[in-house]
Design a protein around this ligand. Structure first.
Ligand code: 2AM
Ligand code: CA
Length: 263
């Protein structure tokens, strides 16, 4: 399958940053990282990966703006295009030697996400999507799962931790979803969760308190695989609300209803 020029640029940046993350992840796994500074070590790995992506993308498309997890917003001369980048999604997993983390790169054109790449370097799984062109994993076409009943569905989520999110609300949602589904999974990388929904590995996904860089590429991935994404109210304010619900048409609808229950 021939990839478009823009996807090639994004894949090249993601793979190069992925090699850097994989090296650093190896050090974490081999316990080469001093116990006093694993957090610092991971922030360094994160910043290095972001540096590589920023350099690669700026070289290939000078002037495009950026929204990146570490640097924040970087203005560009081109007001039509913006890269939305998470250089390391799944930081906690990375720090603990769990090989579920990813690089997420999306391209927004006039406010619309037109291309997305998600790469898990530890498993060498590369997800790509282009608006109107479908979604792929290592060049194999993706399609969301066909299960239509919530009772058959395996659904992903993110669980807030110490100092983050509203724990009471999260517990209500978990209680209601666990009572209606075949299982809940918690991977720890929202970008990969969405890629897994696109790949039909999970039937749905919901999470609150996320940032645009966790979501941008994954939303396109799910849609290009035939799935649906919305915020927790069923609208399209995923970036502003930091919430997402995803799945095929039936699962998306049912999951939305379940997580909206008040108690
Ligand atoms: P991260 O690994 O880049 O921090 C896990 O439930 C998901 O939540 C991951 O995608 C994780 O991204 C994200 N996450 C964790 N803390 C966050 C925060 N303070 N703001 C936005 N997203 C966050
Ligand atoms: Ca993230």
């Amino acid at each position: 399958m021939a990839r478009s020029a823009i996807i090639n640029v994004m894949v090249q940046a993601a793979m190069k940053a992925g090699r850097s993350l994989a090296r650093d992840f190896g050090e974490v796994q081999n316990l080469q990282v001093s116990l006093k500074g694993p957090g610092d070590y991971v922030s360094q790995a994160d910043r290095k990966a972001e540096e590589i992506i920023h350099a690669e993308l700026s070289k290939a498309r000078p002037g495009y703006a950026f929204l990146m997890e570490e640097r924040g917003a970087v203005e560009g001369d081109d007001d039509q295009h913006r890269w939305i980048v998470d250089p390391l999604d799944g930081t906690t997993n990375f720090l603990h030697g769990i090989p579920i983390f990813s690089i997420s790169i999306a391209l927004e054109r006039q406010g619309q996400i037109v291309a997305g790449v998600i790469y898990n370097p530890a498993m060498d799984e590369l997800y790509t999507a282009e608006r109107g062109g479908g979604a792929f994993m290592n060049d194999r076409r993706l399609r969301v799962a066909a299960r239509s009943k919530l009772s058959d569905a395996v659904v992903g989520t993110g669980i807030p931790h110490l100092g983050r999110g509203h724990h009471g609300r999260a517990l209500v949602e978990l209680k209601n979803v666990m009572g209606e589904t075949a299982g809940i999974r918690r991977l720890g990388s929202a970008a990969l969760d969405l890629a897994y929904v696109a790949a039909g590995r999970m039937d749905g996904f919901w999470e609150n308190w996320l940032a645009p860089w966790d979501l941008a590429a994954g939303i396109l991935m799910v849609r290009e695989a035939g799935g649906f994404c919305s915020d927790r109210d069923g609208g399209q304010a995923m970036f502003d609300s930091g919430t997402i619900v995803a799945g095929n048409e039936a699962i998306h609808k049912a999951l939305l209803k379940t997580i909206q229950q008040k108690s």
